[in-house]
Ligand binder design. Structure first.
Ligand SMILES: [Zn+2]
Ligand SMILES: [Zn+2]
Length: 332
């Protein structure tokens, strides 16, 4: 099978992913073999490929927004059959026994494992997934635009919940890439007003077209105070800048897995019960709820597609905000 493999991390400009021909893997009894059709490209993949976050082993095949068909099932896999359309997100495994799992916080599990990080992911023609890591996807959806729901959508949805923003309130989004443009659609559906901060003029224009109440840059004046802000930009300064826009009691949530250091700031920015919080991974419930919402709304991600061999280019385009919405690899 063809796969884009990371032997060692490097700046994306050096094309660290290498096209290789590998043996098709075989599933264990609690796993399935999936023929990958599409795989969304996530900002986290960029962090892995560039070495901002280090997987437990190399080589590794990234990719954790996979949609494909079940090709082969292990003996202990129930409720699925050959040919079923399934999605595979970031959460590959949680133990169900640790104190976090017992509290329903499987996203913080002590023994957690991730797709395309601990185990090979979907930048390949075939991949293995645990039976607990797959989700049925209706045959009626457009799989190319549905793939980014599986991480961009799920993480954005979890971050939105962590802001506590409710109907009639005001939500800020800092950065307007894959995840943010999906959250905008969820927030509008929940009748939350959306304010978008982006350095990219095309992203600001796109945000307004999609229904944002306001679009500007961090540092611009905004009369309204916001009840919640999600920071997608992996930049510590953006977190501090965001605090200047948040109302008393409001929460600034960072959605990323990696962020540059946060500069010091005066306590007055945080005082009056403002808070800063990070988002880490997602639970099975988050994935199921997001898939359900995505079908119900329906969420329509903007997608730019690339063939598998151009995975480096897709990541480079994300790094330099060259595309609107999400990048997706077309594989099968
Ligand atoms: Zn656990
Ligand atoms: Zn992701």
């Amino acid at each position: 099978m063809r796969a884009m493999v990371l032997d060692k991390p490097a700046p994306i400009e050096n094309s660290p992913l290498v096209s290789k021909d590998l043996k098709i893997p075989e599933p264990l009894e609690d796993e399935v073999l999936i023929k990958v059709l599409v795989c969304g490209v996530c900002h986290t993949d960029l962090h892995i490929v560039e070495g901002d976050i280090i997987p437990p082993r190399y080589p590794i095949i990234p990719g954790h927004q996979v949609i494909g068909k079940i090709e082969e099932l292990g003996k202990k896999v129930e409720g699925f059959k050959k040919g079923d359309l399934v999605g595979v997100p970031w959460l590959h495994y949680n133990c169900g026994r640790c104190k976090y799992c017992k509290k329903g916080l499987s996203n913080l599990c002590e023994n957690i494992a991730f797709t395309g990080f601990h185990v090979n992911g979907g930048y390949a023609e075939y991949m293995i997934a645990k039976k607990t890591a797959i989700y049925k996807i209706p045959e009626t959806v457009d799989i190319k635009s549905f793939a980014p729901i599986l991480c961009g959508g799920v993480i954005g949805y979890r971050a939105l919940k962590l802001t506590g923003a409710e109907e009639g309130q005001k939500l800020g989004l800092v950065g307007f890439g894959s995840s943010a443009h999906i959250v905008l659609q969820i927030a509008l559906y929940k009748k939350i007003e959306v304010y978008v901060f982006s350095r990219s003029e095309t992203h600001r224009k796109k945000a307004l077209e999609m229904g944002a109440k306001w679009a500007g840059k961090l540092g611009d004046e905004l009369k309204e105070k916001l009840d919640g802000i999600i920071v997608f930009a992996p930049v510590g300064e953006a977190l501090v800048e965001s605090l200047k826009y948040i109302d008393k009691g409001g929460t600034v949530v960072s959605a990323g897995i990696h962020m540059t250091d946060i500069p010091s700031f005066p306590y007055s920015l945080l005082y009056e019960e403002r808070s800063i919080k990070s988002t880490a991974n997602s639970t099975r419930d988050d994935v199921e709820e997001t898939i359900k919402l995505a079908i119900e709304i329906p969420i329509i991600p903007l997608v730019t597609d690339y063939p598998l061999e151009l995975a480096n280019r897709a990541l480079d385009d994300i790094k330099h905000s060259k595309i609107d919405g999400s990048a997706v690899l077309i594989i099968g």
